[in-house]
Design a protein around this ligand. Structure first.
Ligand SMILES: C[S@@+](CC[C@H](N)C(=O)[O-])C[C@H]1O[C@@H](n2cnc3c(N)ncnc32)[C@H](O)[C@@H]1O
Length: 359
C-alpha cells in the first residue's frame, strides 16, 4: 500500500507532500508528523526509504505507508486528554505521534503480538524522549506497550475513546473491536479492504464510514499447540498521575509559555526559505511520431501550455540568481532546556524537570 504521494528528501519534505496531496489536513496532525522523524523508526541502512510513501517490512517489524497513517490520524480526530488503544502497535511510530496530541493527561496503550517488536518500540520511544527536541516542544502522553494477541484482550478491560487497529480485521471480529469503544468514541480499522471509521453513537449503535480502499496483512489469530485458547491479555491500568508528576508538567508548561512569550516579543520568526522548488511532474503530451531507423518514436510537441510552463521555469531560474545567498541555517536552540538549566534550583531538581534527558 502507498505510493500515493511523491518521495521526500527528508521528513519535512515527506510531510509537505502529504499535505499537498490532502492526506494531512489539520494543523495538529501536521505538527505531530513533523515532530517525529519517520526515519528514526527504520533500521540503520534502510533509512533512505523512510521518506517514500511506502510500507516497510523487515522480519517482524512492519510500518504502514505514510498516506495511511495520515488518513488514520485525521480520522481519529484526536483531542487532549483522550484515551487511545493501538491494536498491533508495532514500532510505536503512530502511538508516539498520538501521544503528542492527547497530551499528559491522556491514556496511550498499545498491544503487539511480537516481543521483539515491543522491545524495538520501547527503544525507539526511549531515544525519542532522550534525544528529540520535539519532546520539549510538546506535552507528551508516553505510550505503554504490552506483548500479546489483541484478539484476546481480557473482557473486563476499560473502554477507550479512540482505537486504531494496524492489521486487517475479519468481519467476525468487528463486534469485539466495537465494544471496546466508549460511547462517543471512534474506532479506525481496516476491514474488508476498506479503512473504516466507526463512531459509537450509543450503547448499541455505531455509525460507519469508509475512508480509503486499502490492503493490510490480517491480524494473526493464534491458538496454543494443544488447541486451547491463549491467556487473556491484561492491558495497563488507567493510572492517576502522582502529584510530583503533575507539578513537573505544570512547571514545564509555565516555563514553555514564558520562553514562547519571550521569543514572540523579539519579533516574528524568520521563515526558513523553501529548500527547493517543486518539480513540475507532467507527462509530455504526445502529438507527433517520428521514424528513427525502422521504429516509430513518439515526439512531444510543444503547446502554448508547455511554452508557458517553460517560460515560468526560466523566470524562476533567473529569480534564483538574483536573490541574496542564503545564510547557513543556525543550529536550533532548545530554549526550554536552556531556561530550566538556568533556574536557581538544586541540580537534581533541574534534572528531574528535564526528564533525565541526555541531550
Ligand atoms: C502494519 S503493522 C502496524 C505498525 C504500527 N502502526 C506502527 O506504528 O509501527 C501491524 C502490526 O500488527 C501486529 N499484529 C498482527 N496480528 C496481531 C495480533 N493478533 N495481536 C497483536 N498484534 C498483531 C503485527 O505484528 C504488526 O506489528
Amino acid at each position: 500500500m502507498g505510493g500515493a504521494v511523491s518521495a521526500g528528501e527528508d521528513n519535512d519534505d515527506l510531510i509537505d507532500n502529504l499535505k499537498e496531496a490532502q492526506y494531512i489536513r489539520t494543523d495538529k496532525v501536521e505538527q505531530a508528523f513533523r515532530a517525529i522523524d519517520r526515519g528514526d523508526y527504520y533500521l540503520e541502512g534502510y533509512r533512505d526509504n523512510a521518506y517514500k510513501d511506502l510500507a516497510w517490512k523487515h522480519g517482524n517489524i512492519h510500518l504502514s505507508a505514510p498516506c495511511i497513517y495520515s488518513e488514520v490520524m485525521e480520522a481519529l480526530n484526536l483531542q487532549q486528554g483522550l484515551s487511545f488503544l493501538n491494536l498491533g502497535s508495532g514500532t510505536g511510530y503512530l502511538s508516539t505521534m498520538v501521544g503528542l496530541i492527547i497530551g499528559p493527561f491522556g491514556v496511550n496503550h498499545g498491544v503487539e503480538l511480537h516481543k521483539d517488536v515491543v522491545d524495538y518500540a520501547k527503544d525507539r520511544l526511549e531515544e525519542f524522549i532522550r534525544n528529540s527536541d520535539s519532546f520539549d516542544k510538546f506535552e507528551f502522553c508516553e505510550p505503554s506497550f504490552v506483548v500479546g494477541n489483541c484478539l484476546e484482550i481480557s473482557s473486563d478491560s476499560h473502554q477507550y475513546d479512540r482505537i486504531y487497529c494496524g492489521a486487517g480485521v475479519q468481519k467476525d471480529h468487528e463486534n469485539y473491536m466495537k465494544v471496546m469503544l466508549k460511547v462517543g468514541g471512534i474506532l479506525v480499522m481496516p476491514i474488508e479492504d476498506q479503512l473504516t471509521q466507526i463512531t459509537r453513537t450509543g450503547q448499541s449503535s455505531w455509525e460507519s464510514k469508509n475512508i480509503l480502499a486499502v490492503s493490510f496483512a490480517p491480524l494473526v489469530q493464534q491458538s496454543r499447540n494443544d488447541g486451547s485458547k491463549p491467556d487473556a491479555v491484561v492491558l495497563p491500568p488507567f493510572s492517576v498521575r502522582t502529584l510530583q508528576d503533575i507539578a513537573r508538567i505544570y512547571i514545564r508548561r509555565t516555563v514553555r509559555n514564558l520562553v514562547n512569550e519571550e521569543a514572540l516579543s523579539k519579533g516574528p520568526v524568520q521563515r526558513v526559505p523553501q529548500k527547493r522548488k517543486r518539480r513540475r511532474c507532467r507527462p509530455p503530451r504526445i502529438n507527433t511520431y517520428v521514424f528513427v531507423g525502422n521504429q516509430l518514436i513518439p515526439e512531444p510537441m510543444e503547446s502554448e501550455e508547455d511554452e508557458r510552463i517553460e517560460k515560468e521555469s526560466k523566470e524562476e531560474e533567473q529569480d534564483k540568481d538574483t536573490v541574496e545567498p542564503l545564510k547557513p541555517e543556525e543550529p536550533q536552540v532548545n530554549l526550554l532546556r536552556d531556561k530550566i538549566l538556568n533556574l536557581p534550583l538544586p541540580e537534581p531538581l533541574k534534572v528531574y524537570l528535564l526528564y533525565y534527558r541526555e541531550k
